[in-house]
Write a protein that binds this ligand. Structure first.
Ligand SMILES: C[S@@+](CC[C@H](N)C(=O)[O-])C[C@H]1O[C@@H](n2cnc3c(N)ncnc32)[C@H](O)[C@@H]1O
Length: 208
């Protein structure tokens, strides 16, 4: 175990396992440093150079890094857990993520992303959400509001015209996808094969 803290979602643990670093919140595996392809796709598939992107969920920092690499002009990074941000700043998740947090393009907001989305309608060219293991596998029950009809409508309303809402999941979710298609202008689904079985899924949605 590298670090432990009392977080908003219960006990937060950072540990080293088989050469990778893992973050666990309230007993639920959140993210590790082993791959990151689908977490990067979440952002590269939605962001355009020079745009303003909101990234919801810091995790181990792959999506944040992708936003900077993709040339976003302004990145609003929203993370619920202050302790996790502290571990990044201390370099416990690598030098790259510590540096990313000091990039002048990054605005760090330590808050619930559901609240931030509602405060800023029409603000973003892309909203990239990876706060859970998917709509059907939440890290905290309160996050269910993000995937409900009202939460999705709020996230779509946070987009500028032509903007893209991207959502990550550790597997398909037909019921969620059906509802998203009913609310959005258009939806594209991409899958990233992973060794553990079901592919990671990323949905890209435009406002109606
Ligand atoms: C699966 S990890 C994100 C992985 C990330 N895409 C990456 O590249 O490492 C989920 C993150 O979202 C954060 N989180 C969970 N619920 C949240 C909420 N309601 N608002 C903001 N952040 C949240 C967790 O603390 C965690 O850092």
């Amino acid at each position: 175990m590298l670090a432990r803290a009392q977080g908003v979602s219960g006990e937060l643990v950072l540990r080293e396992h088989e050469g990778r670093r893992e973050v666990i919140a309230g007993g639920v595996f959140l993210m590790d440093t082993s791959d990151g392809r689908s977490e990067r796709l979440l952002v590269s598939g939605a962001v355009r150079p020079g745009g303003h992107v909101l990234v919801g969920g810091l995790g181990v920092g792959s999506s944040l890094q992708e936003a900077l690499d993709a040339g976003a002009a302004h990145v609003t990074l929203v993370e619920l857990e202050p302790a996790l941000v502290g571990w990044h700043r201390e370099g416990l998740l690598g030098a790259a993520s510590a540096a990313a947090l000091t990039d002048p393009r990054v605005e760090l907001v330590v808050a619930d992303v559901i609240d931030v989305l509602g405060e800023r309608p029409g603000a973003y060219d892309a909203v990239c959400l990876d706060t859970d293991n998917g709509p059907d596998w939440l890290v905290r029950q309160e996050n269910g509001a993000l995937y409900g009809d009202a939460g999705l409508a709020t996230a779509l309303a946070a987009l500028r015209p032509g903007g893209v809402l991207a959502l990550w999941s550790a597997g398909p979710s037909p019921e969620f996808e059906r509802r998203l298609r009913g609310l959005a202008g258009g939806v594209r689904r991409e899958e990233v094969p992973v060794r553990r079985g079901e592919p990671d899924v990323v949905w890209f949605a435009t406002a109606p």
